[in-house]
Write a protein that binds this ligand. Structure first.
Ligand code: SF4
Ligand code: MG
Length: 327
């Protein structure tokens, strides 16, 4: 399958008062049609900035793509004329955020906001646009969509509001949906419902889905593949089963060990010691070395190459991945 989205050697920098922050530092990944990819890592590892670079919304605070390619169906978005680039992003790639309330306009009903999309981009009549809006609210499983279409964002619960956001994102039938921590602000039961909904919609519509999260516990049922990011780089990429059963990177392993498990109730959870590095001051050698249980001298001197081939379709950025995986 030809990739839908192919991100190559992406670098994004921010100018800060402490110097240049290298938020994304040579990230690579690809997404095939109908595939679901999770990008996983602690906050400050470059996941959201990567998504913002794809969407072209790096402007606040000022971030710059300094290197790399973002190919959509083979065409580098960064080389397109501004108009064409905007067209691809508006019609083919949609994004949902953690905070649905701030993404929706409080002064208009959700039906009005959805209808505007159909009227503006599809030239629909008011009546048709409203009908389509109700359809969409039904697709995202909002009960009594016919009456709720006339409600304002604040009249919805957090979970229902996130469903409205998903409906807005799906309105123009995107081929790629990027979801940045879509359930972080919700309680656990609602989280699972929203993740289930995203997984269903992704399959029904055969969309490419990029799910950005810090929570390894929520991705297992949704993602086909996982890219783990650390300090602005992808450090491991593999199918979801391989990641959970035999992680090849110490960081992935540490993330896994920090998931609360039902069968381990009451036991001490291991949390990863230390914090991700300041992006203005990334450690020499392997960026993970100050926190890594496997680190040795080589790790402090030589950065591991971008992608050791662990197996077909499987890479890790660690000198000692064989030891980590237990070979
Ligand atoms: Fe740890 Fe060294 Fe592998 Fe980096 S290269 S993850 S420091 S073992
Ligand atoms: Mg984020």
């Amino acid at each position: 399958r030809a990739p839908l989205l192919d991100v190559t050697d992406l670098h994004v920098e921010f100018r800060t008062q402490y110097g240049v922050a290298k938020a994304v530092n040579g990230a690579n990944f690809r997404l095939s049609p109908g595939e679901s990819l999770a990008i996983l890592g602690e906050s400050g590892c470059g996941k959201s900035v990567t998504a913002q670079a794809i969407m072209g919304i790096l402007d606040t605070p000022p971030g710059y793509i300094t290197q790399g390619e973002i190919r959509y169906r083979g065409v580098d978005l960064l080389k397109l004329k501004e108009d064409d680039r905007r067209k691809v992003r508006a019609n083919k790639i949609a994004m949902i955020f953690q905070d649905a309330l701030s993404a929706l306009n409080p002064v208009y009903t959700v039906g009005f906001q959805l209808s505007e999309l159909f009227r503006k981009h599809r030239g629909m009549s008011r009546a048709d646009a409203k009908k389509r809006s109700i359809d969409l609210l039904e697709q995202v499983k909002i009960p009594a969509a016919r009456t709720r279409v006339d409600d304002y964002p604040h009249q919805f619960s957090g979970g229902m509001r996130q469903r409205v956001m998903i409906a807005m994102a799906l309105a123009l039938d995107p081929e790629v949906l990027i979801a940045d921590e879509p359930t972080t602000a919700l309680d656990v039961t609602v989280q699972a419902q929203i993740m289930g909904l995203l997984a269903d919609l992704q399959r029904q519509r055969n969309m490419g889905l990029i799910l950005i999260t810090h929570d390894m516990g929520v991705v297992a049922d949704v993602a086909d593949r996982i890219s783990v990011m650390y300090a602005g780089k992808v450090v491991e990429e593999a199918g979801v089963y391989d990641i959970y059963s035999r992680p090849a990177h110490p960081y992935t392993r540490a993330l896994l060990e920090s998931i609360p498990r039902l069968d381990m109730k009451g036991q001490q959870l291991s949390v990863i010691r230390g914090l991700p590095p300041a992006l203005t001051d990334i450690p020499r050698g392997c960026a993970f070395n100050p926190r890594c249980a496997y680190a040795r001298d080589a790790c402090r001197q030589d950065p591991p190459p971008p992608a050791y081939a662990v197996a077909p379709q499987r890479t890790a950025r660690c000198h000692f991945f064989r030891e980590v995986i237990g070979e």
